[in-house]
Design a protein around this ligand. Structure first.
Ligand SMILES: Cc1cc2nc3c(=O)[nH]c(=O)nc-3n(C[C@H](O)[C@H](O)[C@H](O)COP(=O)(O)OP(=O)(O)OC[C@H]3O[C@@H](n4cnc5c(N)ncnc54)[C@H](O)[C@@H]3O)c2cc1C
Ligand code: SF4
Length: 512
C-alpha cells in the first residue's frame, strides 16, 4: 500500500474527508502523538489527556472498521512521519485540511518525500468557500444574518417549503425568554462523567511523566489538575454525553444559560465542545438530534432554538470568520491594550475577587468554564484591565479543554476583548460588577463590595469599568450602541470619576 492517510488529533471521525476518499484495504492510516506540542504551549494537563486518549481510542475504532493503523508516539512530528513514510514505502499522503491554520503551514514546511494531497475539510457545515461567498455580499457581517441563512440552508427549525419557509414559532430568536438570573438555591442536573479506562490511565501516566521531565528541565508545572479526569474519550462516550444532555439538560438550557452559580460549574450547559472540536461528534448530527428529539419531547422552543443557535450560529460563524479574516487577525489590538497578565492567572496566589477565583479554581479542576464565565468574568476583566490580547488569547489556549486556534481567536480577541475594533461584536462586552452581581451568586462571598466604585473595598470590576469607558471614549463614543453608557459616564461628578480612575490605576499597578 503506497497510499497513506495522516489523521490529525482534531479529525477523529470515520467520515472525515481523507478516510472517506478511499477504502480501508487501499491505505495505511497514521496517527502521531507528539510531545513537541508542549514546546509551543504548556497545555492544561486534562487537555493533553483528552486529545491523546481520544486519539488512542480512535485508532482502535479504525482497526475495528478494517483499517491498517500505525499509532506513533514520538517527540517530533517531522522525524516520526518521515520514518513511517520510509518504513512503509508511502508515496502519496492524504490529509484533511486542518481547522487551525498553523498546522497546514507546519506540515507543508516539513517538505515530506511524498505527493501531499490536501482534501477540503468536512468537519463543519459551512465550507470555507461557501462562507466566503456569503460574507462577500456584506459590508458589515453579523452573526444573526449568518445564523438565519444557516437555518434556511440546512432546513433547521423551519416550517413550510422552499422560498416560503418560515422560522418555526414565527420568530428567529427567543433570547428575551432566556438569560434569567439564578433563582435562590438553583441547582443544575449532574453531568455525565466517565471513569478513566486503561487507555486513559496510560495517557495520564505519560502526561505526569512528561510534566515531571519538563519541571526537571526548569519549566513551570503544566496548568490544571489530573486528580479527577472525567471527560469522554471516544465517539461512543461522546454520543452518550449528547443523549444525556438531551434527556436531562435541554429543557433547562434556555432560561439559565447566562447564570453563574458557586459550586455549580456546568448548570444546564451541554459540555459538548471538546467532542465537537475533536471530530468525535459532527455538528450536523448534533443539531439534527437536538431538533428531532427536542421537538418530539415538546421542549420549549426558546431553549431549543437557543442551543441550536450556539452550534449552527456561533460555532460555524467563529470558524468561518477565522478563515475569512485571515492570519493578520491574530495580531489585532484595536484598543492598544498592553498590560501584562496578573500572576494569579498563572496560579500564583489568588486575585481576591470571588468571581475570578471561583472560575479559576473550576478551570484548574476540569479545564472547563461555561460561556458566561469565559465572557463576563475572564474576558471582561481582561478587556477592562487592558490585558494584552495576544498574551491573554495564548493564556486561554493553554487553559481550556476545548481550546483551538480557530475558535479562540474570534471568541477571545473579537468577542471578549474587542481587539478587532468591532469586526465580530457590534460593541465591547464590557460590564461592571453589577452584571456579575445580578447574574451570579459570587458577590455574596466576596471580600470586595459590589456596590462601591472606589475606596479600599470597592469591587475592581466597577472601578475598571468606568475607567475603561473614560480611557477609550474617543474610540467608543461614536458607537450608537454605547450612547446610554456614555450618558451615565457624563453624569458622574468629576471628583467621583477621579477617585474611580485612581482606584482602577492602583488595581492595575499591582502587576504592571
Ligand atoms: C473568551 C471566550 C473563549 C472561548 N473559548 C472557546 C474555546 O476555546 N473552544 C470552544 O469550543 N469554545 C470557546 N468559546 C465559546 C463557548 O464559550 C464554548 O464553546 C462553550 O462554553 C463550551 O461549553 P458547552 O459545550 O457546555 O457549551 P454550551 O453553552 O452548552 O453551548 C453548546 C455548544 O455551542 C457551541 N458554542 C457556543 N458558543 C460558541 C461560541 N461563541 N463559539 C464557538 N462555539 C460556540 C459549542 O460547540 C458548545 O458546545 C469561548 C467563548 C469566549 C467568550
Ligand atoms: S464584588 Fe466584584 S469582584 Fe467580588 S465577586 Fe462581585 S463582581 Fe466579583
Amino acid at each position: 500500500m503506497s497510499l497513506g492517510i495522516w489523521v490529525l488529533g482534531d479529525q477523529l471521525s470515520l467520515a472525515q474527508a481523507a478516510l472517506a476518499s478511499t477504502a480501508p484495504c487501499e491505505a495505511r492510516v497514521l496517527l502521531v502523538e507528539s510531545s513537541s506540542v508542549l514546546g509551543l504551549r504548556a497545555y492544561h494537563r486534562q487537555k493533553l489527556v483528552l486529545v491523546w486518549s481520544a486519539m488512542r481510542h480512535f485508532a482502535e475504532d479504525l482497526r475495528q472498521a478494517g483499517w491498517t493503523v500505525d499509532y506513533r508516539i514520538g517527540e517530533r512530528f517531522g522525524d516520526t512521519v518521515r520514518a513511517w513514510i520510509e518504513e512503509h514505502g508511502i508515496r502519496e499522503l492524504r490529509l484533511m485540511e486542518p481547522a487551525d491554520r498553523g498546522f497546514r503551514g507546519a506540515i507543508d514546511a516539513l517538505d515530506l518525500p511524498v505527493t501531499l494531497q490536501w482534501l477540503p475539510s468536512t468537519a463543519f457545515l459551512w465550507s470555507r468557500e461557501a462562507f466566503a461567498e456569503w460574507a462577500g455580499g456584506y459590508r458589515q457581517l453579523r452573526m444573526e444574518l449568518f445564523y438565519r441563512e444557516g437555518r434556511r440552508r440546512f432546513g433547521v427549525l423551519m416550517q413550510g417549503e422552499g422560498s416560503g419557509a418560515e422560522p418555526l414559532g414565527g420568530q428567529w430568536n427567543f433570547d428575551h425568554d432566556n438569560r434569567k438570573p439564578p433563582a435562590k438555591g438553583l441547582q443544575g442536573p449532574e453531568p455525565l462523567w466517565f471513569e478513566p479506562d486503561a487507555i486513559t490511565q496510560a495517557v495520564i501516566a505519560r502526561v505526569e511523566q512528561l510534566d515531571q521531565d519538563r519541571q526537571s528541565q526548569g519549566h513551570h508545572p503544566l496548568p490544571g489538575q489530573l486528580l479527577r479526569f472525567r471527560w469522554a474519550v471516544s465517539r461512543q462516550q461522546a454520543l452518550q454525553v449528547l443523549d444525556h444532555f438531551i434527556d436531562t439538560r435541554l429543557e433547562g438550557f434556555g432560561p439559565y444559560q447566562d447564570a453563574m452559580v458557586s459550586g455549580q460549574p456546568t448548570l444546564w450547559h451541554a459540555l459538548l465542545s471538546p467532542y465537537l472540536n475533536l471530530g468525535l461528534l459532527h455538528p450536523l448530527e448534533v443539531i439534527r438530534a437536538l431538533e428531532q428529539r427536542g421537538l418530539e419531547r415538546a421542549v420549549p422552543l426558546a431553549g431549543l432554538e437557543g442551543v441550536i443557535r450556539q452550534i449552527l450560529g456561533w460555532r460555524e460563524y467563529t470558524h468561518g470568520l477565522y478563515h475569512w479574516f485571515g492570519a493578520d487577525y491574530a495580531s489585532s489590538n484595536h484598543l492598544g491594550a498592553e498590560a501584562p497578565l496578573p500572576p494569579w492567572l498563572e496560579g500564583e496566589g489568588a486575585s481576591g475577587m470571588a468571581c475570578m477565583d471561583t472560575v479559576l479554581a473550576e478551570l484548574e479542576e476540569s479545564g472547563y468554564a461555561h460561556h458566561i464565565q469565559r465572557l463576563m468574568v475572564l474576558a471582561n476583566y481582561g478587556l477592562l484591565a487592558g490585558l494584552n490580547p495576544q498574551a491573554f488569547t495564548a493564556w486561554f489556549h493553554r487553559q481550556f479543554i476545548d481550546g483551538h486556534d480557530w475558535v479562540m481567536q474570534t471568541n477571545v480577541l473579537g468577542m471578549g476583548l474587542f481587539a478587532d475594533g468591532g469586526r465580530l461584536a457590534s460593541k465591547p462586552y464590557a460590564a461592571s460588577g453589577n452584571y456579575i452581581r445580578r447574574m451570579s451568586t459570587y458577590c455574596k462571598g466576596c471580600a470586595y463590595d459590589v456596590s462601591q466604585r472606589h475606596g479600599p473595598s470597592a469591587c475592581p470590576f466597577n472601578s475598571l469599568y468606568w475607567d475603561f469607558l473614560a480611557r477609550h471614549q474617543d474610540r467608543l463614543r461614536s458607537n450608537p450602541r454605547m450612547a446610554l453608557v456614555f450618558k451615565q459616564l457624563d453624569k458622574l461628578p468629576a471628583e467621583d470619576l477621579a477617585a474611580i480612575r485612581g482606584a482602577a490605576a492602583a488595581h492595575r499597578d499591582q502587576w504592571a
